[in-house]
Design a protein around this ligand. Structure first.
Ligand SMILES: *Cc1c(COP(=O)(O)O)cnc(C)c1O
Length: 375
């Protein structure tokens, strides 16, 4: 069986976990957590990085930091994972779902302004497959309308947006707030895990407080105040050192992991680019590719269903992805009835192919051959 995903272990994960255990400090915000956070801040220019227990958690922190209140409207793409919307639902916001581009599952930046009302508080962008949304345009819209931009960068580690003046900014460093995932299906993993990034000074101190159960404990441990107490809302969002130790082993190998994933991604692209019955991912000129995912877009639902079963007959697991959130059981009744046809098209036609570090060329050739014979 060729699995869809296989978590890659770099070799040092258990060694660092043993170090964390031996150090006697296994709760959160210890040496490994701080090493990971500093690494991310230095490499990707985040003003502040805080590890969390998941991306879902980091998004909940974003909703608290953005001070989302009942009745506030938050614009979210429909073609995304539930967590992108869930964090704001928990604050009783109204979600205004946005459509994708016709040729790219990302939020169509040209359609955002028509969704803005006086109640709009924030825009959540999702960098699908690690490919940047049009952040220059989106930040301009946000600034004009005084909105907070939250990047769901769950899939977007080590990927960039290139601005018109040529500057490259890491995804997660552009919006006011960002959220990453280190779930075992992502490029860099810790089983479950995530990270909040804060790029606006206004939110930094409060982010640390919300992270530590509404207390100013982090400031206390840095010696910035002489006693700590309950000062705000929050939760226990920080991971234990055991998780951070695992993550550190992954980060030491990030270049190697990314290079390998890109090779696999390019192998698929070369092998499938002349197939007229499927469409391949498009990477806009303002985006880079972090090889989080290789997907194809089939002509219709039937051809995708057929291809999935042909692959399965050959012991290959390829999987479709999101169901449009505006039509979900939970949200359909609350949605305002607008059709989001591009999102629905990706729901029906997008197919994700196996992509994992230990994938062999032989396995990839087999997958490509089957797709080229049956699609
Ligand atoms: C994986 C993913 C999440 C959730 O990440 P967790 O760490 O599992 O909470 C959220 N949004 C997107 C777009 C994702 O791909």
């Amino acid at each position: 069986m060729i699995p869809f995903n296989k978590p890659y272990l770099t070799g040092n994960e258990t060694k660092y976990i043993e170090e964390a255990v031996a150090s006697g400090k296994i709760s959160g915000n210890g040496i490994f957590t701080q090493k990971c956070q500093t690494f991310f801040e230095d490499k990707y220019n985040f003003k502040k990085a805080l590890l969390t227990t998941s991306c879902t958690d980091a998004l909940e922190m974003c909703a608290l930091l953005a001070d989302i209140k009942p009745g506030d409207e938050v614009i979210v793409p429909s073609y995304t994972f539930v967590s992108s919307a869930l964090a704001f639902i928990r604050q009783n916001a109204h979600i205004v779902f946005a459509d994708s581009y016709p040729n790219n599952p990302n939020i169509d930046a040209d359609k955002i302004e028509s969704l803005i009302t006086p109640k709009t508080k924030a825009i959540v962008v999702v960098h699908y497959a690690g490919i940047a949304c049009d952040m220059e345009k989106i930040m301009r819209i946000a600034e004009k309308n005084n909105l907070i931009v939250i990047e769901d960068a769950a899939q977007a580690i080590d990927s960039y947006c290139i601005f018109e003046d040529g500057t490259r900014k890491a995804l997660g460093s552009i919006g006011h707030l960002g959220a990453f995932s280190f779930h075992e299906t992502k490029n860099i993993i810790s089983g479950e895990g995530g990270m909040l990034t804060v790029n606006d000074d206004r939110f930094i101190e409060r982010a640390e407080i919300i992270w530590e159960k509404g207390t100013n404990r982090a400031l206390f441990f840095r010696g910035e105040i002489n006693k700590y107490g309950w000062v705000d809302t929050g939760s226990s969002f920080l991971p234990s050192e055991i998780i951070s130790a695992f993550l550190w082993a992954q980060l030491e190998n990030i270049e190697k992991i990314q290079q390998k994933r890109l090779e696999i991604w390019n192998g698929y692209y070369e092998g499938l680019k002349n197939n007229p019955s499927i469409k391949l991912p498009t990477i806009p000129k303002y985006a880079t590719n972090n090889a989080h995912m290789f997907y194809i877009v089939c002509k219709n639902l039937d051809s995708r269903t057929n291809l999935i079963s042909k692959l399965k007959e050959n012991n290959i697991l390829a999987v479709f992805h999101y169901l449009s959130l505006h039509k979900s059981e939970f949200y359909a009744k609350k949605h305002d009835g607008r059709n989001l046809l591009n999102s629905d098209k990706f729901e029906d036609c997008l197919l994700r192919l196996p992509l994992f570090y230990e994938q062999t060329e032989e396995q990839q050739k087999k997958i490509i051959n089957i797709i080229n014979s049956f699609s």
